[in-house]
Design a protein around this ligand. Sequence first.
Ligand code: SF4
Ligand code: SF4
Length: 443
Amino acid sequence: MHHTGILLTILPNIIFSLIFLAGIALFTINVRKIIRNIKLGKDLNRTDNPSERWKLMVRVALGQSKMLVRPIPGILHLFVYVGFVIINIEVVEIILDGIFGTHRLFAPFLGGFYDFLIASFEILAFLVLVGVVAFYIRRNVIYIKRFRQDDLKGFPKNDANIILIIEVLLMGAFLTMNAADQVLQNKGAEHYGNYGSFPISGLITGWFEGWSVGSLIMYERFTWWFHIIGILAFMNYLPYSKHLHIAMAFPNVWYSKLKPKGELPNMEAVTREVKLMLDPSATMEEATGPVKFGAKDIQDLSWKNLMDAYSCTECGRCTSECPANITGKLLSPRAIMMKTRDRMEEVGKNIDANKGSFVDDGKSLLHSYITPEELWACTTCNACAEACPVNIDPVDIIVNLRQQLVMEESAPPASLAGMFTNMENNGAPWQFSPSDRANWREE
Ligand code: SF4
Ligand code: SF4
């Protein structure tokens, strides 16, 4: 009987520990898959100039400098982001309380500083609520073109709303948990020591005044479990969601392309081919080398292109600045990033299903996901990369896929095909024979 009593007392701690470990294990598996998928891309060195990279990361990812270009959503986003990150300090206490069966474990050690922390978390939770409600209205009530475009229909739209609703529920649980806790503290309930300062939930304690101690404890425990299980579930939802950017933004900005912006890279494979053609002393050893130009599928892109795809927040700032999209062309740089991620995840699942190796599924990023029409609409103006708050470079993917079209599939756009033929036949873009070049003198 005595043993059963002890078991019943520690049962919640055991259940909590198991749920917590399962949540972390699942997250670890998902993170490893993300890293594996990014590594499907080709090598690229992006470690030069580390001091500039750290500064860039602090400014763009941590300081959100590009978000603040549009001040109202920028500030609201800052609330949500700062709140989300800082409130997670509270989660450390919640996890330890769960494992050890304690209540507000840190309070006796931190004294007045604990009150300050809880008060700050409450204010931040309130600001997160303000931000999230405003974002929900912006997405669903006010007409903002980039949130209503076709590339966001279906799961991406639901994904954004699911995240906003989860955040409202998490913050709601956190604040009402504190309110019920205060009423329990005031009633002198066992285990509920007089800790914390509650500037926001203090305003709603009236909701709980008439409740019995038993109901209050039940509510406080329910919101506690809801909050922590909600966070573990949220963490495991991230790998499937555009919300992954909360983690990816940092490495993605660190590995950005440094200046000059918009510069198109020299194609090494082409340089080598041309050298071989022009240099009679070239040897066969030099002739062996990359024979593939451009990119057809995600394995032909660089790992940074793939990291970009995982970092995309689907905010559409790129598409809203894209001259091709604005003038009604099929191209949306946001869609390019989303399709790259979709294909990468499809390839990843294929590898998982085939014991670690990719089995040709007859599909590719080019054609199955992204059409030549989209690609040829791009002017390579770089406005999308400039606008992106997490320094994503859609142009690099577009250019690589175009190189594949022209150099591997001999499928340039019709407007260029004539010029290419003329170059080949006449050595100039015009439709005149080289022998006629001097004809202009004759009159
Ligand atoms: S570079 Fe291409 S995709 Fe990007 S904004 Fe310009 S036209 Fe649009
Ligand atoms: S590429 Fe950048 S700007 Fe475009 S939707 Fe993704 S995060 Fe937003």
